[in-house]
Write a protein that binds this ligand. Structure first.
Ligand code: SF4
Length: 279
C-alpha cells in the first residue's frame, strides 16, 4: 500500500503561535494559567496542555486569579471587556487572521454597512466578531439563507477563515442581488486554503483519504468535506486508534492529511500504524 502524506498537514502558524505563547506563559508565571475555552480545536492537544498545567475555563467566573490566555479563535468583544475589567493579566493568543476579520467587521459597521459573516453560526471564531452576539452582524451559512436576506443598500461581507473559496464565491454571487453596494473581503486563511487544495490534489490520486484532526475543528471538517466531495472515500479520525482494518482492504493508495490544529505526534502515530499494516 502506497501512502501519500500532504505536505501541508498539521499545525499552521496561528496554532503554533498560540501554543508557544501559552507554554511560555506557563514557564514564566507563578500563578494559574487559564485558557478561555479550549486554546485550539484538538482534544488531544488540549489534554496535553492540561497535563502540563494549563487549565481550561468555560466561563470567567471560574477564574479568580492568574493569567488568562485568549484562545486562537478569539473571544466576543463583551467578554474581552469583562476580562479586562477583572484586572487579570491577559495573554493574547488570538490568531492574527482572526483579528483581521474582527477589525474589518468593525470598520464596515462604522462605515454604515450591514455586515454579513459567511460561516458557522455557533463557531467561537464567528462568535468573536463584533455584533454577532447582539444579532447586529448577520451570519450566513448557506445559499438559502443568502437568498432570504432582506435587500439592503450597502452590504459588507467577510468569511470565517476556514470556509472554502467555492462556498464563499457561491454565497457572494447570491448576495450580489440583495444589495446596491457590495463590499467583500477575502478573509479565508491562506493556511486553510492551501490545506484544502493540497488535500484535494491528493484525494484525486488515491483510493482512500484519512483526514486527521479534532471532530470539533472547523478546518479539519472542511478538509474531510472537500476530500469526500471529490468522490474519494474519506474517513475523519482524531487518532490512530480509530483506524479500522476493514477500511484498508483492497486499498492500494492512501492519502493522509491533517487539520491546522492537529499535533505532529498524532500524524506520526497514524503514519506508523499504516506503515506497519502495509509491510
Ligand atoms: S487556520 Fe488560519 S486562521 Fe486558523 S489559526 Fe491557523 S493561521 Fe489562524
Amino acid at each position: 500500500m502506497e501512502i501519500i502524506l500532504s505536505k501541508e498537514a498539521g499545525f499552521c502558524f496561528g496554532v503554533k503561535r498560540a501554543l508557544e505563547l501559552t507554554l511560555k506563559t506557563l514557564a514564566n508565571e507563578k500563578g494559574h494559567v487559564y485558557t478561555m475555552g479550549p486554546l485550539i480545536h484538538n482534544p488531544q492537544a488540549v489534554e496535553d496542555l492540561k497535563n502540563k498545567g494549563v487549565l481550561v475555563a468555560e466561563s470567567l467566573d471560574e477564574i479568580k486569579s492568574g493569567v488568562v490566555v485568549l484562545r486562537s479563535h478569539g473571544v466576543p468583544p463583551k467578554l474581552y471587556q469583562q476580562i479586562l475589567d477583572t484586572g487579570l493579566k491577559i495573554v493574547d493568543a488570538v490568531c492574527p487572521n482572526v483579528k483581521l476579520v474582527q477589525k474589518l467587521v468593525a470598520q464596515l459597521k462604522q462605515n454604515g454597512y450591514t455586515v454579513v459573516v459567511v460561516g458557522e453560526k455557533n463557531h467561537p471564531e464567528v462568535m468573536s466578531v463584533p455584533g454577532i452576539v447582539e444579532g447586529e452582524t448577520l451570519v450566513i451559512e448557506n445559499i438559502e439563507q443568502a437568498a432570504g436576506l432582506p435587500w439592503v443598500k450597502r452590504l459588507g461581507v467577510v468569511a470565517q477563515t476556514t470556509q472554502t473559496c467555492e462556498h464563499f464565491r457561491k454565497i457572494i454571487s447570491v448576495l450580489l442581488h440583495r444589495t446596491f453596494e457590495l463590499r467583500t473581503y477575502h478573509t479565508i486563511c491562506e493556511a486553510a486554503e492551501k490545506r484544502q487544495q493540497n488535500s484535494l490534489d491528493i484525494a484525486k490520486q488515491v483510493n482512500m483519504m484519512l483526514v486527521i484532526g479534532g471532530k470539533n475543528s472547523a478546518n479539519t471538517s472542511r478538509l474531510a468535506q472537500v476530500c469526500a466531495m471529490s468522490g474519494c472515500t474519506t474517513h475523519h479520525i482524531e487518532t490512530a486508534a480509530e483506524i479500522q482494518s476493514e477500511w484498508l482492504k483492497g486499498i492500494e493508495k492512501i492519502g493522509i492529511t491533517a487539520g491546522a490544529s492537529t499535533p505532529p505526534w498524532i500524524i506520526d502515530e497514524v503514519m506508523d500504524k499504516l506503515t506497519a499494516i502495509s509491510l
